[in-house]
Design a protein around this ligand. Structure first.
Ligand code: HEC
Ligand code: HEC
Length: 372
């Protein structure tokens, strides 16, 4: 009796195995996508079409749909003489009172960052990459509190956490440095040194800092070999199952909007209330601007507080729906669009590989000679 049972079990087991094998053989080699798989062409073929014809993205209700796109050219083409002056000012450690310059934290060869969780100077924010900041005009600083470059640069010069100086003192300081005279003449036609000219030159230089084309851009231009199959799979996941595109979209992978991803405790375990610090609105509590993702593979550590050390860790946490580290509570309300994703380890690796395809060459910037 017992033996017969065993036979039946063994028989059922082998049928199950056979069925499982069949199912495996019938599954197309590509990833399941959330839409019905009536289209049998490969993901590579589907993504080789114009982005208008790409598979439908997984847009959440109420999101402004902005497709991913290739690097757009910088609309700011300032006079070279103005840029030259701006560059010198960017590197000059005499503007403020901490013997540092913009370039002390925005270090060009490090993709314009300092590679530490929070910038030296006692603030609680991570230094962002300067590439493509022209695109962020109107939404500058991690909480968007600076609506113009002049405002942002004034904060950088005057904040005790950055340069601890005063914009109004700069004209007299620079006037005492003879070598600045010809630079102002070249840039403005005369040697008058004013606050607004200083801000204008630094803004022009800041807006001229851009990233180079990435493999993702070359693929969009038709270079098939620029992306691996795994990266194309990652691109598909980014737009569909992982739904990253809802916030990271457009040519720079940011919707320029503000969201609460939690994990906002600073090193002293105080919450950074983000955008609410200056709007005072409860709905802005804990919100930060969506960062762009070009060259993000090189700009660890991540998040406004530099609390996440590696890109792998950042992706894993996003897949887990950003659990709150160290038992902290979310300051404000976690974005409803941050939720646990059902992804396999291969899919996670594909997503990572796609983000790495947004990388371009390391910036090569020659340091200017500071005037005396
Ligand atoms: C002590 C380090 C430090 C110095 C010096 C510094 N920055 Fe920054 N910069 C930061 C940090 C940190 C932030 C983010 C600040 C925030 O969100 O509160 C930032 C933000 C910015 C942003 C906004 C980028 C974005 O993603 O919104 C720009 C542009 C910028 N800095 C340019 C400059 C310029 C130009 C100077 C020199 C006048 C300068 N910085 C000096 C650390 C520094
Ligand atoms: C609800 C909007 C939203 C969604 C969805 C979203 N992100 Fe983000 N992402 C953000 C915001 C906002 C930040 C910055 C949060 C902070 O600093 O507190 C961020 C930070 C990041 C960072 C760190 C960047 C840096 O410079 O610090 C990476 C990498 C990233 N997201 C990738 C992804 C990927 C991959 C997905 C999909 C799995 C995704 N994000 C989904 C809004 C979003």
């Amino acid at each position: 009796m017992y033996r017969r049972h065993l036979h039946v079990i063994a028989f059922l087991f082998s049928i199950t195995l056979m069925l499982a094998n069949c199912a495996k053989n019938n599954t197309p080699p590509n990833l399941p996508s959330p839409e019905p798989e009536e289209d049998n062409s490969s993901l590579r073929e589907r993504y080789s079409a114009h982005p208008d014809k790409w598979p439908q993205a997984n847009w959440y209700d109420g999101v402004l749909k902005k497709e991913l796109s290739a690097l757009t050219s910088n609309p700011h083409q300032d006079r070279p003489e103005l840029l030259a002056l701006g560059k010198v000012l960017f590197f000059d450690n005499r503007l403020g009172n901490r013997n540092n310059s913009c370039a002390s934290c925005h270090i060009p060869e490090n993709y314009w960052i300092d590679r530490v969780p929070v910038a030296s100077g006692g603030g609680n924010r991570n230094t962002p990459n300067m590439e493509n900041v022209w695109y962020l005009d109107g939404h500058l600083m991690l909480d968007g509190r600076a609506t113009t470059f002049a405002e942002q640069i004034t904060i950088a010069i005057e904040s005790p956490h950055e340069m601890a100086g005063s914009v109004s003192e700069i004209p007299s300081r620079l006037a005492s440095i003879k070598g600045y005279k010809p630079l102002f003449i070249d840039a403005f036609g005369d040697f008058k040194i004013t606050e607004s000219r200083v801000l204008e030159a630094i803004a022009a230089y800041s807006k001229s800092i851009i990233s180079d084309k990435a493999p993702f851009d070359l693929f969009l231009e038709g270079q098939q070999a620029a992306l691996t199959d795994q990266q194309i799979e990652g691109l598909h996941l980014f737009r569909t199952k992982a739904a990253c595109i809802n916030c990271h979209n457009g040519p720079f992978f940011t919707d320029l909007a503000y969201h609460n991803l939690g994990n906002s405790l600073d090193a002293d375990r105080n919450p950074d209330n983000g955008r609410a610090n200056f709007t005072g609105k409860y709905s802005d509590w804990g919100k930060f601007r969506t960062p762009g993702l070009r060259n993000v593979a090189f700009t660890a550590p991540y998040m406004h507080n530099g609390s996440i050390m590696t890109l792998e860790n950042m992706i894993d946490l996003l897949i887990d729906g950003l659990p709150q580290l160290h038992g902290q509570r979310v300051s404000g309300t976690l974005s409803p669009h941050i939720k646990k994703l059902d992804m396999t380890y291969d899919e996670r690796n594909a997503l990572l590989a796609f983000i790495q395809s947004l990388s371009s060459a390391k910036p090569e910037v020659t340091k200017p000679i500071l005037p005396n």
